[in-house]
Design a protein around this ligand. Structure first.
Ligand SMILES: Cc1ncc(COP(=O)(O)O)c(C=O)c1O
Length: 375
């Protein structure tokens, strides 16, 4: 058996005919940058999220960077985010000139919001909680807390398209929400793409300029901007995929339910928390493997044709790129411990219960063999 880790090619098959027609139309019209496909997707995505607007940009990293720029974040400012996020969140902060301030995660891999409060200083301009693996950080208390202090909440929604908490979509809790449409994401384009969602007209207007050389009208550059636009060919794919997003997220939850059923009694694993609501879209299904057996289990599964991944093997403060922040080993005990234990099992909309059963049985076989040889 061969079980893929993710399956963007399956999702592509679902939209292929319509997407190829849309691409042909773009080619016929000769409008290869911007145009109706981008504005139509932006409107559809805003309606889906029930927000005032979304602004399509080049990728998820730019979405965060431009959101910070729209707020005027720069040198001498501090921006708080999670130590266990994908490096892009911290890179985006770094490139504004602000100092990234890192905070440990809790046992659900989400930024520890109590610790966030302790890290706020007079320089803190923004907090970026990351809805890691598709699970929403519980922003109910921190959102008003930050607002009272004039600190902007920007959500990193790269892994959580379609998740919601108390009926409010990921991306709408903060002043802005930043999405990545990297092909493997649960709302993925067929190449790079990203978007910022906001219900602030001021932010939306600013982002539209920032992504397009500082102005919406050609040669009228009102502010210093960049070139980071969502490609119309990608926007066409995203608009087609958006129609499936809720179904696909439900399918992911179903796969997670199967994992819970078949792996629930496996003692050396810690499974992700499963709330029977919309707060987790299971972009990734991440377990923790006890007794230092993660890498051996990964190898065993690979031999059996099951592809897995580690997201992420090194917390940001232990990466050479961010050594200058001055953090040291032991500063973020959860992030550091989990980096050695986490394993992302296959999770995609084309998976079957049978495949989950096979993976679970291989995991059990592996563990039994470890016990036999006394590892
Ligand atoms: C949590 C997180 N933030 C930001 C990004 C950056 O997105 P992109 O790869 O589209 O630049 C990613 C995507 O990989 C991500 O997973």
């Amino acid at each position: 058996m061969r079980i893929l880790f993710s399956a963007p090619q399956y999702e592509y098959e679902m939209i292929r005919e319509q997407w190829l027609e849309a691409v042909a139309k773009i080619a016929r019209q000769g409008v290869f940058v911007g145009g109706p496909p981008v504005s139509e997707f932006e409107a559809a995505f805003a309606a889906y999220l029930q927000a005032e607007g979304t602004v399509g940009v080049g990728n998820g990293t730019d979405a965060i960077y431009l959101a910070l720029q729209a707020l005027g974040v720069g040198p001498d400012d501090e921006v708080i985010t999670a130590a266990n996020t994908f490096v892009a969140t911290v890179g985006a902060i770094h490139h504004t000139g602000a100092r990234p301030v890192l905070v440990d995660c809790n046992e659900h891999y989400l930024i520890d919001l109590e610790r966030v409060k302790e890290c706020v200083t007079s320089r803190t301009k923004a907090i970026i909680p990351v809805h890691l693996y598709g699970k929403m950080a519980d922003l109910k208390a921190i959102a008003p807390w930050a607002a009272e202090r004039g600190i902007a909440l920007i959500e990193d929604c790269a892994q959580a398209a379609g998740a919601s908490l108390d009926g409010i979509a990921a991306g709408r809790w903060g002043v802005m929400g930043c999405f990545s449409f990297y092909p493997d994401k649960n709302l993925g384009a067929l190449g790079d793409g990203g978007a910022v969602v906001s219900s602030s007209f001021e932010m939306i207007a600013k982002l539209r300029k920032l992504r397009n050389h500082g102005g919406e009208v050609r040669y009228q550059h009102e502010i210093c901007g960049y070139n980071s636009r969502l490609d119309p060919i990608q926007a066409s794919a995203l608009q087609l995929k958006l129609r499936y997003l809720d179904d696909w997220n439900n399918r992911r939850r179903e796969i997670a339910r199967h994992y819970r059923f078949y792996l629930g009694a496996v003692e050396f694993l810690t499974l992700p928390e499963f709330a029977d609501d919309n707060s987790h879209v299971f972009h990734l299904y991440v377990v923790r493997v006890k007794y230092g057996l993660r890498d051996a289990l990964k190898k065993h599964l690979q031999k059996k044709g099951v592809l897995t991944a580690v997201q992420y093997p090194v917390p940001v403060h232990r990466l050479p790129a961010y050594a200058h922040l001055g953090y040291k080993a032991g500063d973020f005990p959860h992030a550091e411990l989990y980096a050695g234990e986490i394993l992302s099992l296959p999770m995609h909309v084309a998976m079957t219960e049978n495949e989950v059963r096979f993976i679970a049985s291989e995991i059990r076989t592996f563990y039994e063999s470890c016990q036999t040889v006394g590892r």
